[in-house]
Ligand binder design. Structure first.
Ligand code: AVJ
Length: 323
């Protein structure tokens, strides 16, 4: 018969609209303007992100895949996890490498994502591919405390937050977030983090400002999302994509630079955003780590580093930690 999977939605129907309106109202009325990267990922944004992961100038995705090809078995042997909770639902190659290394038969897999579509795509595909996987999709976002579904009590659990998405949290928000993850971990559980490492500045910038302009399109797609969701009248040609290395904060900033002095009406918010000519709006921060720095942040959250697998050439690391 058709393999099914469980699905729990911890967010209310208005969650997206409410959170979007609050973030854009707050983000476009502060100085400098700065909004959350969550809003990039409509269908078009998700497509553009998939394209970005395959770009020559964007090595992160391949670097992490390489580490999982090398070490998925080590992760399985070290953790002996029989439940995998993945923040940001993977249907990607990487998730399958981990599922296969852990042994999908009887494994409890909990993909966690804010996008219902992403969860159902991943869920349907994975139960098809791994009929004995016990999949429970959980719609949640990282701002609300994570309430896990029923999982086998005795076996270790592995919480995975890969892809260097931890980097989207500002430094001040990372330790509280990691503490939140620790609060649902038991002594036998593990946390798996993927983290992009600091490298040559020009290389880091190129990864966010590729020569084909895919990242520029990804960034500008935000304007189409806001025009559609908030009935705004952003003119995409009135903004220019920028990628900047913020050395003080150790993160890449994607920005939209206003090419003119302009006012943009945002009907749904009942406000008009004003941009000076040359004003830059921060649309994403991608932090870059050192392994020592990340170990220190884990320790500050009460987590102990258990294993570090780094690829110094590609400048990426995968870290296992315990509560
Ligand atoms: C998915 C958040 C890890 O920060 O590198 C890719 C998103 N932004 N290119 C990143 C992204 C521009 C990506 N993360």
């Amino acid at each position: 018969g058709i393999r099914t999977y469980d699905y729990t939605d911890t967010l209310d129907a208005e969650h997206y609209a409410t959170a979007l309106r609050a973030d854009i109202r707050d983000g476009l009325t502060r100085t400098p303007k700065s909004t959350a990267p969550t809003w990039f990922y409509d269908a078009r944004g998700s497509e553009l992100f998939e394209e970005i992961t395959q770009l020559e100038e964007y090595p992160l995705w391949r670097a992490e895949l390489g580490l999982f090809l090398l070490h998925a078995r080590d992760i399985a042997e070290r953790t002996k996890a029989r439940s995998l909770v993945e923040l940001g639902s993977g249907s990607s190659t990487k998730t399958k490498l981990i599922l296969e290394a852990l042994g999908p038969a009887g494994l409890h897999y909990v993909p966690v994502d804010v996008s219902e579509d992403a969860l159902h795509q991943a869920g349907a595909q994975l139960v098809q591919e791994y009929p004995q996987l016990v999949l429970h999709a959980l719609r949640a976002d990282f701002t609300t405390p994570l309430v896990l579904p029923e999982l086998p009590d005795g076996d270790p659990r592995l919480i995975a937050f890969i892809g260097s998405t931890l980097g989207n949290f500002r430094r001040s928000a990372r330790v509280p977030f990691l503490r939140e993850l620790r609060s649902i971990m038991r002594p036998e559980d593990f946390l798996l983090i993927g983290a992009d490492l600091v490298k040559d500045t020009q290389e880091m910038i190129a990864a966010y400002d590729d020569s084909e302009g895919v990242t520029a399109a990804f960034n500008k797609n935000l304007l189409y999302v806001l025009n559609r969701e908030l009935d705004a009248d952003f003119k995409p040609d009135a903004f220019e994509h920028r990628a900047v290395w913020n050395g003080a904060e150790q993160h890449i900033e994607m920005r939209l630079r206003s090419l003119a002095d302009q006012h943009v009406a945002i009907e749904r918010l009942g406000l008009t955003a004003h941009f000076d000519q040359g004003e830059e709006w921060i649309t994403e921060r991608s932090a870059k780590f050192t392994t020592d720095g990340l170990k220190a942040e884990l320790a500050a959250a009460g987590l102990d580093t258990d294993q570090v697998w780094a690829d110094p050439d590609a400048g990426f690391a995968v870290i296992l930690a315990t509560a």
